[in-house]
Write a protein that binds this ligand. Structure first.
Ligand code: BTN
Length: 330
């Protein structure tokens, strides 16, 4: 759409003016179409200066996650090479599945301003209020068997920490396996789902959905999660521009995807350094039991090694159990 292309070009120029004619040439559209796009952007709240003989300059704009804001910063990335930016959707993961079934390419990223049916692990709901958080899903089609992909979600946790650190200067910790935590409270959840070819048992697609609480005030969380949830704005004491955060997260996912699975040593090292679960007593929870144990370490397959009071040691896989701190969420 011309509006997204014009916005992207204006963003690329930074503080510089660009003439209507140069835009029309660069984008292959008429000058009238450039003018129409500029007017439409102004209607949406963008402040675009115009000066005779110099052209247009973008001064400021709303923090809306859209293609025109992201395509420039993501040039050259495989993850984010295709973008679908929505106003509303049931769940970006569910939309990614629909897109995958319809043949969408490797690297498609779907973002939405809100989700009406955001999903978390274990069938839980993920609250996704409009314009507050970052709700995005990457659709990937790695040419791999399903087995090496089992620890992918732990790699994603590291990549999201990298992206948040690049955008905001703070690095969340990781609660095994893939909740991101700031100040002892949940900041981000990740839900990775696989699509398998029934007959051949090969991997058809992998979708990884990331939900980050960005500009939520405490009252934006439902009462039951308020005591254990935080947002970047709450932790930093200032609002965060979601478009910039989205670009850094997708760039970090792209770097991670390029290194998967050969770069395991690097991601394991970062995961271990950031994991707040190890070295603490925990509760190991299955659908039918709850046992106390000590979280010893993360093994080479991102499993959590726990030791029970009777001396038994087990390596836990994410799908089987969840782990809680002894005295609360972490
Ligand atoms: C969890 O904490 O249990 C995982 C939450 C994952 C939420 C994200 S938001 C984007 C994507 N779409 C969804 O419906 N879920 C994931």
């Amino acid at each position: 759409m011309s509006r997204e292309k014009v916005l992207s070009l204006l963003r690329e120029q930074g503080d510089r003016y660009v003439s209507g004619e140069a835009m029309s040439r660069a984008l292959g559209i008429s000058r009238a179409a450039v003018w129409k796009a500029i007017e439409a952007l102004r209607q949406e709240g963008y402040t675009i200066q115009s000066a005779p003989n110099r052209g247009y300059r973008l001064e400021s704009g709303p923090d809306r996650v859209r293609e025109g804001e992201l395509s420039g910063p993501l040039a050259g990335c495989r993850v984010g090479s295709h973008l679908l930016c929505l106003e509303t959707v049931d769940s970006t993961n569910t939309e990614a599945k629909r897109q995958a079934m319809a043949g969408a390419p490797d690297g498609l990223v779907i973002l939405s301003e809100e989700q009406t049916g955001g999903r978390g692990r274990r069938g839980r709901a993920f609250q996704s209020p409009k314009g507050k958080g970052l709700y995005l899903t990457a659709l990937l089609r790695p040419k791999l068997a399903p087995e090496p992909v089992t620890d992918f979600t732990a790699w994603v946790a590291v990549a999201v920490c990298d992206g948040i650190e690049a955008a905001c200067g703070v690095r969340p910790q990781i609660k095994w396996t893939n909740d991101l935590v700031l100040g002892g409270k949940k900041l981000c959840g990740i839900l990775t789902e696989l699509g398998l070819e029934g007959e051949s048992h090969t991997l058809d697609y992998l979708i990884t959905g990331i939900g980050i609480n960005v500009n939520h005030a405490p009252e934006d969380f439902k009462e039951e999660v308020r005591p254990i949830a935080t947002s970047l704005a709450q932790a930093l004491g200032r609002p965060v521009r979601r478009t910039q955060l989205a670009a850094e997260i997708i760039r970090a996912l792209d770097q991670m995807y390029a290194r998967f699975p050969q770069g395991k040593a690097e991601y394991l090292k970062k995961y271990r350094a950031g994991c707040l679960t190890t070295g603490k007593p925990v509760q190991v929870i299955t659908p039918s039991s709850r046992e106390e144990a000590f979280a010893v370490e993360i093994d080479d397959d991102f499993r959590l090694v726990v030791e029970y009071p009777d001396g038994r040691r087990t390596a836990l896989s994410a799908g089987e159990v969840s782990v809680r701190g002894m005295y609360g969420y972490v």
